[in-house]
Design a binder for this molecule. Structure first.
Ligand code: DMJ
Length: 624
């Protein structure tokens, strides 16, 4: 047994050295750009991205609307979600961002008059929330507000009414016969962690706009339910059975099936000022950086043992550096972006999976379905650092899309990044996110004169790229740790302790006038617990979370809270816990690495829900 373990250890160490040597040369070889983008070229590129948007948007409107999505090769349409003119809804706030008052107005008016949800449909709760609900809410917030410069005079809350109607139809997905044990339910037994943990922004905004707390509550309980089932390593798995609470897929990672769970923890805190999300984010982020981060890459590990199961980069991981910028952890974000971008440079696109052991495209994961994540992170890093290398990366993205993906009526998925073969499909997120982040990147370099970077509010992007403003109606937070989230650079902060628990203490950011002026290597000093005044959530409220009952690992000797019937419990004695970052990270302390093949990299498996209109009363009947 001991011999086996030491053999494994030897192999693990060899493998680690191999990985670090080969990958660093890959990054070195492929991460360099030719001549930098100058201001004139940035303007041209911004205009080119605008044309890209209209090539695809007009292609959709002329050939597919009112169906959900465009088939850009054959110039036809298809219903892919629920038959709700999905691409139009997903495009609304991009139209507003581009300043296209005419098309924004006519689109909002068409949707207000024609869209209805009283049709029997089977839909994905996750996709419907992030694409349709999020699209309606962001457009409502723009169309109803003078300050955005895009207010529609005749607008009478039509999109908000639709959003509320849609969300109410989804509410039964959160009912559960085991409510005391588990706070949420989806009618399909298995949900991805991202599927259950990516509803808080849209449902929270809706609650604050309608003054009905139910939406916010159910979404928050879903997060609590997931977090309550975390492993002793503070990791969550990829899929969970919502009836039994058992993880059906125990691979923990930052990409496929989990990604936006992390994203929404931090963003929900920033948008709503709700410290519970920050507390969970800090725990989850700290653990991810400890167990999943193999600088500059991220791997998937078994959530219980921490052993590597997937040494694979998957394209959904590429949002992470952007999230790290939002959290104020910029240095590792820069390194990881360079690594991820090296994959793009190698193929001209990022494949869904890239094997870090063989340094080749992961079998069965060759496609690039026009995903935005790497571009999103590029925008955030440019915003944080103003390093021109990110504009150079932007130019590469444009070139790849123009030469490889452009097709007669829009932009095509790439089925194989090595062969650059096109497929007749264009996901709505191409217009909601991919083009939006590209345009924002170059606009930032030109004049930043847009709603997001120079608008009346600070905005949070939903995971679908929809703009959610920190207005007083939505955000209880004042200018607290917003753009530095839960990870504040210590020397850029000033804490004002307040006796009033409800008052959010203010933090002064080192670079206040512009959110992110030039990057000077943020001296990130570790997790700041709770609010920036260094009070942990637990210290402040005496709250902790139920953990699954299981034998504690020898090496995880953290005090566990008392279990009660609810997903939060009171604990009297809270000691400040030492986080993994503070403990230091050495490769010697890593678990033995193992490699396994096969598997899939599908996107979040949206739990499905059939919406049936009841004949007899106002109560809707839902079946899967
Ligand atoms: C989008 O629908 C969202 O960004 C989601 O969070 C992940 N998948 C796609 C983009 O790749």
């Amino acid at each position: 047994m001991i011999l086996m373990e030491s053999n494994k250890l030897r192999w693990g160490l060899c493998y680690a050295i191999f990985i670090s040597l080969t990958l660093s040369s890959l990054v070195r070889d492929l991460g360099v750009s030719a001549e930098g983008v100058n201001p004139r070229e940035a303007k041209q590129l911004r205009d080119e991205v605008r044309e890209m948007f209209y090539h695809a948007f007009d292609g959709y409107m002329n050939n597919a609307f009112p169906l959900d999505e465009l088939r850009p090769l054959s110039c036809q349409g298809e219903d892919t979600l629920g038959g709700y003119a999905l691409t139009l809804i997903d495009s609304l706030d991009t139209l507003a961002l581009l300043g296209d008052r005419e098309r924004f107005t006519s689109s909002v008016q068409w949707i207000g008059k024609n869209l209805q949800f009283n049709i029997n449909k089977t839909v994905s709760v996750f996709e419907t929330t992030i694409r349709v609900l999020g699209g309606l809410l962001s457009a409502h917030l723009i169309a109803s507000d003078y300050a955005t410069g895009m207010r529609i005079p005749s607008y009478d809350n039509e999109l908000l009414v639709l959003a509320e109607d849609l969300a109410r139809r989804m509410l039964p997905a959160f009912d559960t016969p085991t409510v005391a044990f588990f706070f949420f339910l989806f009618l399909f037994q298995i949900t991805s962690t991202a599927g259950g943990g990516t509803l808080t922004l849209e449902f929270g905004v809706l609650s604050r706009l309608t003054n009905d707390p139910v939406f916010e509550q159910v979404a928050k309980n879903a997060v609590r339910g997931l977090w309550a089932r975390r492993s002793t390593l503070d990791l969550v798995g990829a899929h969970i059975n919502v009836f039994t609470g058992e993880w059906t897929q125990k691979d923990a990672g930052i990409g496929t099936s989990i990604d936006s769970f992390y994203e929404y923890l931090l963003k929900a805190y920033i948008l709503f000022g709700d410290e519970e999300y920050l507390y969970i984010f800090q725990e989850a982020y700290g653990s991810a950086m400890h167990h999943l981060h193999k600088d500059p890459w991220y791997v998937e590990v078994n959530m219980d043992s921490g052993a590597i199961v997937w040494p694979v980069f998957n394209s959904l991981q590429a949002f992470w550096p952007g999230l790290q910028v939002l959290a104020g952890d910029v240095d590792p974000a820069i390194r990881t972006h360079t690594a991820f971008f090296s994959v793009w440079k190698r193929y001209g696109f990022t494949p869904e999976g890239f094997n870090l052991a063989t340094l080749s495209v992961q079998y069965g994961q060759k496609s690039y379905p026009l995903r935005p994540e790497l571009i999103e992170s590029t925008y955030w890093l440019y915003k944080a650092t103003r390093d021109p290398r990110y504009l150079d990366a932007g130019r590469d993205f444009v070139a790849s899309l123009q030469y490889g993906a452009k097709c007669p009526c829009g932009y095509c998925h790439i089925t194989d990044v090595e062969l650059h073969k096109q497929e007749d499909h264009m996901e709505s997120f191409f217009l909601a996110e991919t083009v939006k982040y590209l345009w924002l990147l170059f606009d930032l370099a030109v004049d930043s004169d847009n709603l997001v970077d120079n608008g009346p509010y600070k905005y949070i992007f939903s995971t679908e790229g929809h703009l959610l403003p920190l207005t007083p109606q939505i955000s209880l937070a004042r200018e607290h740790c917003s753009y530095f989230g839960g990870y504040c650079p210590r020397n850029a902060t000033k804490f004002e302790q307040s006796n009033d628990d409800h008052q959010v203490p203010e933090i002064e950011l080192g670079h206040h006038s512009n959110i992110y002026p030039y990057h000077e290597s943020f001296p990130v000093t570790g997790l700041i617990k709770g609010l920036c005044p260094r009070l942990s959530h637990a210290q402040k409220y005496g709250l902790s979370y139920v953990l699954p009952e299981k034998t504690e690992r020898e090496d995880v000797k953290r005090p566990k809270p008392v279990i009660t019937s609810r997903s939060i419990v009171l604990v009297s004695d809270q000691t400040v816990e030492k986080r993994p970052q503070e403990e230091g990270f050495t490769s010697e302390s890593e678990p033995i690495m193992s490699i396994s093949g096969g598997g899939s990299s599908s996107d979040q498996t949206g739990q499905e829900l059939t919406l049936l209109e009841s004949e007899t009363d106002d109560k809707r009947v839902y079946s899967s």
